[in-house]
Design a protein around this ligand. Structure first.
Ligand code: ADP
Ligand code: MG
Length: 240
């Protein structure tokens, strides 16, 4: 499980996370919503140790992410992360892009790495695109490749940061379908998204971020269906 305890994070004098605390349990799907600049992406970076924090703690399965001596490479293998855009290596095929970290980081043999990559690419519906170059994929297929690449490392957690926001509207559904499938399989997920109906459908809980704080958190029926805070309601109105 992921335990976030009162984290404070600033960039210079700009306070970006101002005492965020929450727990994400195994098999839980937590969606994070909130306006631009509210700290959503920064929080994901702090969870896998890509950004240091000034105060508080993040524990992943009990390991203190920011403690000196924590093996961040090992920790990050547990936590897959998919961004709005992933720049795949253009000169490598889809299959080679997905096997790369398996071979370089996990030191798998080529045949082992390929077996895992084929399995994950097939799982996200790209089993027929193995030998294609990334530039020949649609935006939705590229995002599914990025998901397959993360899954290939056998993560226990998946973090998604607005993975559909750069896509043409007709391509959003296929990526959300892939994420929905993972949630049904029991993957533990933190999903930063502006896809409110999707968040409402798949999430166990939804957190609304505002000014670096969790302004409201609860089940989707509350936070999205019947928000307790006027700012949550105003935000939802602005994106729906
Ligand atoms: P969100 O994902 O909710 O839009 P971010 O976490 O990306 O918000 O950013 C929160 C604030 O931190 C913003 O004001 C942003 O400009 C600032 N910020 C993010 N990353 C950096 C950085 N590396 N250096 C300086 N400021 C940053
Ligand atoms: Mg962001």
């Amino acid at each position: 499980m992921i335990e976030i305890e009162n984290i404070q994070k600033s960039f210079g004098t700009l306070k970006v996370l101002d005492g965020v605390s929450m727990t994400v349990n195994k098999r839980e799907v937590l969606s994070v919503i909130g306006g631009s600049g509210s700290g959503k992406s920064t929080m994901l970076m702090c969870i896998n140790g890509l950004e240091p924090i000034q105060n508080g703690r993040v524990l992943v399965d009990g390991t203190d992410v920011h403690a000196p001596g924590t093996d961040l490479n090992r920790l990050r293998q547990k936590i897959g992360i998919v961004f709005q855009q992933w720049n795949a290596f253009p000169h490598l095929s889809v299959l080679e892009n997905v096997t790369l970290a398996l071979r370089k980081v996990l030191k798998k043999r080529r045949d082992e790495a390929e077996e895992i990559a084929v399995k994950q690419l097939t799982h996200v519906g790209l089993g027929d695109k193995l030998t294609v170059y990334p530039s020949r994929l649609s935006g939705g297929q590229q995002q599914r490749m990025a998901i397959a690449r993360a899954l290939a490392m056998s993560p226990d957690y998946m973090l998604f940061d607005k993975v559909t926001s750069a896509l043409d509207p007709q391509l959003v559904g296929e990526v959300l379908d892939t994420m929905r499938m993972l949630s049904h399989e029991g993957m533990t997920m933190i999903v930063v998204t502006h896809e409110i109906p999707f968040a409402r459908e798949v999430s166990d809980r939804v957190a609304f971020f505002r000014n670096g704080k969790i302004h409201e958190i609860g089940p989707p029926e509350q936070v999205i269906g019947s928000p307790q805070m006027p700012e949550t309601a105003a935000f939802l109105k602005s994106v729906l």
